[in-house]
Design a binder for this molecule. Sequence first.
Ligand code: COA
Length: 353
Amino acid sequence: MMNTKIAGIGYYVPKRVVTNDELAQHMDTSDEWIQERTGIKERRYAEKHKETTTTMAAHASLRAIEDACINKEDIDFIVFATISPDYYFPGCGVLLQRELGLTDATIGSLDVRNQCSGFIYGLSVADKFIKTGTYKNILLIGAEMHSMGLDFSTRGRGVSVIFGDGAGAVILQPTEDENKGVLTTHLHSDGTYAEELSLISPGCHGGYHDDDMGKYGFVDPEVLGEILVTETMLKDGLLYPYMNGKLVFKNAVVRFSEVIHEALAATGLQKEDIDMLIPHQANLRISQFLQKTLKLEEGKVFNNIQKYGNTTAASIPIALCEAHQEGKIKSGDLVCLAAFGSGFTWGSTLIRW
Ligand code: COA
């Protein structure tokens, strides 16, 4: 059977740099608090009206296409992971297809909604398509425009300071070299804590899943159940993400570690064999914790959350691309990607570069 290799890679981040001090002008926060708790110094925000999740994805895609030395017409399938799509529906896959001018091809496009684990979920699906010979040039993207949907008042400070915008893309191709490319992928989820990192409205739940919607700010039961969006939802800021940061943190450190060990066990490799670990950029403290518990040498864990914040589905491909461009990943290296996020969902992969 064929293996799946990463034949091209590219990323795009918007020009506008937003510092912690700039956020502190809108909400009660500080550069010191944000850096100490998350490691984030700044993030990028897209230019509204001119940029969207799809347009950023298109920039990243064209770079990955060029890097793979193929024509965009060679792409035979698109996998698009995002939680901040341009539209509620249709998904960004078809919008990207149109943006790239690929509508003549009538190729398939799949939208992945697995939050911070979206890129790894997408990679796992694309890997199977390549391995079974279904497709030969899959474009896999993770892209987010969070800045459009964050609460920039003090009410939203626990969430809004974390997230940033950007896009990363890879081209996946078959290789006959069985020692190269994606060696293994592992996906998990547990819906027990689905609402603990979520954006539940607008949605069709009508309050069904939890008797105590008050903890998400839904104090008035009348607000729920009749229509998708109400004026009260707008007024009370219920259309913004909710996060139980401490619970997410505690679960993240356990699941990241578990799923990395699972990938190593599946391939008979040891943690010492990892040349570069690229964790989803959720929080610098989570990455540092992982480095310590896995006893990985300095320089074997790549972090760029300091510059971009948490870009959810885009964080792994952006980091992978930067690490590669900085010469930190060389041919033959063992690269481990791992993610954890809303759902909760988590996953890992090992790639022989
Ligand atoms: N600036 C200043 N103070 C803030 C703040 C901000 N941006 N956000 C929250 N606070 C305040 C809280 O209101 C709280 O104040 P109180 O003690 O008076 O009630 C205090 O800081 C502590 O808040 P808490 O949420 O307990 O802080 P924390 O140490 O857990 O750090 C996170 C918050 C979000 C940084 C941390 O929980 C985290 O990183 N969790 C994981 C998040 C994550 O990885 N998400 C993505 C997963 S994919």
